[in-house]
Write a protein of this length. Sequence first.
Length: 306
Amino acid sequence: MTTPHGTSSRHPEQQLFEQHEQQYAGIDPAFVFDFRSSDEVDGDTQRWSTWLSVEPLARGPEPRPDWVVTSQAAVDTDLGVLKTGKEADAFLLERAVPGAEDRPGNAVVMVAKRYRGEEQRSFHRSAAYTEGRAVRNTRDNRAMAKKSAYGRSVAAGQWAWAEFGALSRLWSLGLPVPYPVQVDGTEVLMEWISVDGEDGPETAPRLAQARPDADLLGSYFEQLREAMATMVQAGLVHGDLSPYNTLAAGERLVVIDLPQMVDLVGNVNGMDFLLRDCRNMCTWFRARGLEVDEHDLYAELLAHAF
């Protein structure tokens, strides 16, 4: 169909689509790229993927899970608040390649944990946990000591890097923790631990909210014991382990919230933190009918350490 002036009335995009089909007719679709321009994202809830903008050491350990989206064409979309905490807030974030979300490796929902500056936090135990840690940059040290705006941002970034480093190390040891995708400033992107719900995937409940039967309760404790033993063998202590910092993902127990992980020997509070972790967890299991003792667990774990 043409207009009175002899020009086509078809939309230019339709003409390009038809030309595209004619040009690549007979070619295996696997070798044809469907390129679409996406010049803008919604600045309020979206951004371009930050995967390639962070340095290699700020990306998760290899081998990476096949669900990690590494495409430069991906867009990050905030899906809403997942949890608010003492030192950080957690959000659900989708990283997806527009138009290719249904293809494997092109879309995933993750947790974005964003640390707040010191003036906005209610987490006041930093000194005990950071015993033995050092900041090599003297300018950063001075800024944090003065609690300047820059110093507060450095401190928040330190906690983000501490959690990313802890997750990376524990993941590499084979421990049940969320896979750390990347860290960028004060934000850590990590695996979303989910379970099947009536309307699709939903966040796995905290152990404190779970009501496991006797068999599953015993299994959870054995998983906990093995995880803590592996950490202690590596000279590490969670430091704030509780039923609120573990997830009951079906039959699997997953340890979360690790920015304060400490060196068992290098931190003068390491032994005390380990005993407190044992007490917190054993108290919960004991209240649900499992005969466990924190001092027995503590002694067993120390046997693995020395």
